[in-house]
Design a protein. Sequence first.
Length: 547
Amino acid sequence: MFTKLARIGVGLAAMVLAGTSFALAETSATPASTTVAQASPAPTATPNPFSYRGYVRAYDFTRQNAYSGTNGTGKVNQQSFNPGISLHAEYNYAVGIPGLGLGASYFYANPLSNCVSASSHLFPPCGNVKAPNLNPDDTLPAYELNTLYESYLQYKTSNFFIKGGNMVSPSDLVWTPASDSRLKPSAYTGGYATFAVNKEFTIEAGDWYQWEARNLSSFNTYTLLTDPPQIPNAPTNAGPYPGATGMSTFYNYPNGFQNGGVYFGRVGFTGPKSMPLTASVSDYVFNRIANAVWLDARYPFAGKLKPYVAFQFGSESNPTSGVLGKIASTVVGLQGGVNVLPNVQLVISGDYVPIKTDTLPATGPGSAASGNVVCQANNTFKLINSKLQGQTNFPYFLPTGGTGQCSVNADGSTNVYYGGWASPYSDSYATDPFFTTSLTQGMVDRRSPGTSAKAQLTYTSTDKRLVTYVTHAWYDYNNNAFANSTEETDFDALYYFNHLPKSGPYKGFSFRYRYGERDQSPIFAGPPAAPGASLFKYNRFQAEYDF
């Protein structure tokens, strides 16, 4: 950590010195000859170096989960409400060192209940209750948040920008997303820089060594795949905070695994009007988890229908020291869109992630038994020795959510099915860049290979105050273990109450409602679903005032 801080500090110091030298060079230039009358320049207004913005957001969130029995004895339905406020301020020096600035963002949320602390959600009546009572949904979350999630120093010129400290991720960094789909965005600590080589090419690079998830109030060096930290102030052995993935427990890191963050680089291309292609290639190195290469491109065609095509490709593999075992994933995606009416757009998308299969011997080194797991009747692995510490029990990154993980052959050998994409900073968030990711699920969240498709119809009013869409997606996770597939239908409507003025503090007041319904019954083949297993309904209502 000290090395990273030192690296960022040296970079910022060099940037400041360079800016200072540039300013001194300008002020020491030889003055114009006084023998010729000089016209006095017209006075210009000095721009205000201070700016601010913010939002007030109130969020109501419900999930209706699969259940069984007369009173519901299975998964408990969830409901959470939480209002919050975000304040951002920035100061950019207009004199002295032009381009130098600093900024900060603060967020506070309080559910206005007797269940304000995160640890209270571990116990009734605030959490861990049985149906027909409601549990909180702490992906929102339903406890208090109090955090200075941005505090940074930055420097910019016409073609160069550098930033260090705590910050929200730029939108084009798809595998370290802001994930601002709840109360506040995720934030990262480290350094980030971008350089415009010319009008067509841009280079970005960065090193983030810790982050603050969208439902936490502090930064840490865990990830969503190596488990978030324990609940602040929770009793000993209380377990991970509500909503933890449990991945590190399966891989013999019961207290979570901390790592060194992520290094990344990106080259972007924006073509001229004669060739309006936009494209980029990125490389993400997730310390001791995976290395991911990502390519995306989009090309719009001329015409009243405004057609376009988009393409994405990704390849991901694990380092030798990968704590989650073998990761070998490839994704190919294609998308096309067209305006079927002046205000209505139709988009069709598809993604394909090939299934990978390895066969392990029945006994001896490399067998499933040597990995301390057993392939169960439901074609998933079960951990049979959870007391080992400091090593990976089973050297594969496995699919979840009901996708088949394994099958046993007649000779006693075991087939392992894998190939899903590992996303340390968006897993379970449904904020990844796959074309077919939906409101409540996606192939990345399921960590599964397979095939998916999605159709989306979007309506945008002429005055841009109403944007609404409906989507339907299909996910086929069929492999040789057994068939398993899902469908999802989503509805999203965003309405702005007033036009935005050209100036003033008002930046918008909006309502947004989102609904998702997931059908988890098999749609291709496979065993019949258990009663109620396909029930999953998801509602979000958000009111927001921006200033």
